[in-house]
Design a protein around this ligand. Sequence first.
Ligand code: RB5
Length: 210
Amino acid sequence: MVYNNCCRSVNRNFRCETQSNEFCGQTYWGVGVARRRSNPIESRSVVSAKKIMPDTSQKPRIALGADHAGFPVKESIKRYLLESGYPVEDVGTWSDESVDYPDYAKRVSQRVVGGEDRFGILVCGTGIGMTIAANKVGGVRAALAHDAATARMAREHNDANVLAIGGRLVNDAGAIEIVKDFLKTEFAGGRHQRRIDKISELDRDRAGNK
Ligand code: RB5
């Protein structure tokens, strides 16, 4: 299934909004099929609404961002999230034209820290630049995961609120496994909370030193 390019912001009810808040008219469930607009990407397909009926039960909202190197994997992650019923805010980029990853790390991080989205997912070539940039935003705990095990630990031990992935290092299926495990794992708390508190203290120190 192909989501069209105007689906940058998809609300809980899975209606597609353009950035100007106009609906493109596409819905992801209901009777019959949803038609797409007539740009080259959008016109590729007609969506069978029944097939992708989302589970809208209390899924956390996800901010999603990538640079040009992470763009293809970001699109696959977006498809997975939407099909699984997660509300998604896609902050770009939307093509493989060269861009700078800190711009997207900042957009996603600010949304997470501001409480607009529960988690952020960032994809660049290695995931390293996105991780470094995101962790400059106070309140962000960005973790780079290359597999499902590190993704689980990032949530369980580090209460990571942003996940970074190397789009040139994993394939689509690998990226989705990482995302799945990250989103299904709860923070363990206990002794780990004390350590998270110390990280928050570092954030406060840095804010105080400005
Ligand atoms: C872009 O070429 C690449 O440097 C970027 O995607 C990322 O891997 C940086 O960490």
